[in-house]
Design a protein around this ligand. Structure first.
Ligand SMILES: [Zn+2]
Length: 426
């Protein structure tokens, strides 16, 4: 999960903050699911998590394509999504969207072009009115329904009802407050009339196309980007418990020790609902991002990690020259023999070169650069280097000031090209 979080930060480094946070939830009434279920009158959609998983998988692919090709938020530069499974609910997809500089929001009222939070007029826009009333109304909750699932300590945990808002604005914390007029339009849910204060923010084009619950939030001005990334990459809920007898006097006397098996504890404590099981059996992606992120190794000389199988011969591994190669060693080597990449920093090297994992070499790109992979420094090695105090500069082959930590060296090194590194006073 931490790797996905790092990937998101790598995209941020190149494209800035994401602009939109979307939550796309599966709808069991989609014709693709109904078509199957109606053939068997006793069957409910939830009885066939495999059908739901297959249909939702196709819908998510179509959702991402729609965002890129139909451009309801403008030109998309990057996207990243995670599939999540509620305990007894349907699968849903959390997606972060980055848009081109020209499509970014510069004035709070421009949010209205992309996001609405009001009940549409049933006469002017009957189709949208039907979808919003079916999928995008929160509640009832609060004092009229204190036992609603969203209620926590007497309050709605999603902060509904929202306040009426004359025009969209973004507060000092970067949270967007969408336009919600007091129009008098209401929707009857569970015998309670709910107005614009209960509408979950949505995008018109997405709702009309996908006929499902699709919550859209503007997050371009939010400073809580790390929280957002952690939220979408937090993984499934886990719970662990143990029922045991209290130690008997005999145990205490013999000083019995208990073995802790952390892997078994993890597997025992994991909660997997039928939808997640089906999703994993069908081998669908839980995380996806575009552009892809290449992890760049960072290590001390001769301290690179080597991957091998259980039955591999140690001698063969040591003799194999490929096993020593990493993105870092080959970047240094490439810059020795090829001048054309020396103006690029290590993390920017991927803009003009691609890493060929089979031959473990950097190859110059010949295709366009729009879909390039992004570089992300290996976090594992960052943990290692933090403990290191003796630093060796691989390119200049000099031992650098031992009073500096390698992390300090790296911080400086990552921001310079090879030519600059040569001139550094390490
Ligand atoms: Zn609520």
């Amino acid at each position: 999960m931490y790797k996905h979080y790092q990937d998101a930060l790598a995209i941020c480094r190149v494209h800035g903050n994401p602009q939109y946070f979307l939550t796309f939830t599966c709808n069991v009434n989609w014709p693709e699911i109904r078509r199957y279920v109606t053939r068997y009158p006793v069957l409910k959609a939830q009885d066939r998590p495999d059908i739901i998983a297959r249909v939702f998988h196709m819908k998510v692919a179509s959702f991402v394509n729609f965002l890129r090709n139909n451009r309801p938020f403008g030109n998309v530069t990057a996207d990243l999504y995670t599939i999540e499974f509620q305990k007894r609910g349907l699968p849903h997809c959390h997606l972060l969207l980055w848009v081109a500089e020209t499509n970014k929001i510069t004035d709070a009222t421009h949010v209205d072009r992309y996001i609405s939070a009001e009940i549409p007029d049933p006469v002017i826009d009957p189709e949208l009115h039907r979808i919003v009333t079916d999928f995008m109304i929160h509640g009832p909750c609060g004092t009229v329904r204190p036992n609603a699932s969203c209620m926590s300590f007497g309050m709605c945990s999603k902060n509904f009802p929202k306040a009426y808002q004359q025009s969209s604005m973004i507060d000092e914390n970067g949270y967007a407050h969408y336009k919600r007029w007091m129009t008098g339009n209401t929707v009857l849910k569970g015998g309670v009339a709910l107005d614009n204060r209960y509408v979950v923010p949505y995008n018109r084009a997405l709702l009309l196309h996908f006929q499902a619950h699709i919550n859209v939030e503007y997050c371009g001005w939010s400073m809580l980007i790390k929280y957002l990334f952690k939220y979408i990459s937090k993984g499934s809920d886990r719970i662990r418990f143990n029922i045991s007898k209290g130690p008997s006097s005999a145990d205490t006397e013999s000083d019995t020790t208990f073995e802790i098996d952390e892997i078994k504890n993890y597997v025992d404590g994991r909660f997997i609902c039928p939808h997640e099981s089906a999703w994993r059996i069908l081998d669908f992606h839980i995380h996806q991002r575009n552009p892809a992120v290449q992890v760049l190794a960072v290590h001390l000389q001769e301290m690179q990690g080597v991957t091998f199988r259980d039955n591999d011969q140690l001698e063969n591994i040591v003799r194999n020259p490929l096993s020593r190669r990493t993105t870092l060693t080959e970047w240094l080597y490439n810059n020795c023999i090829d001048e054309s990449g020396r103006h690029l920093t290590y993390v920017d090297f991927l803009s003009e070169y691609k890493w060929d994992a089979s031959s473990k070499t950097w190859l110059r790109r010949i295709t366009n650069r729009t879909n390039q992979r992004l570089g992300d420094l290996s976090t594992y090695t960052q943990c290692v280097v933090k403990r290191s105090t003796c630093v060796y500069c691989c390119h200049t082959k000099k031992v650098v000031d031992p009073s500096r930590t390698f992390a300090q060296f790296l911080e400086r090194y990552a921001q310079h090209t090879v030519l600059h590194v040569k001139g550094l006073d390490y």
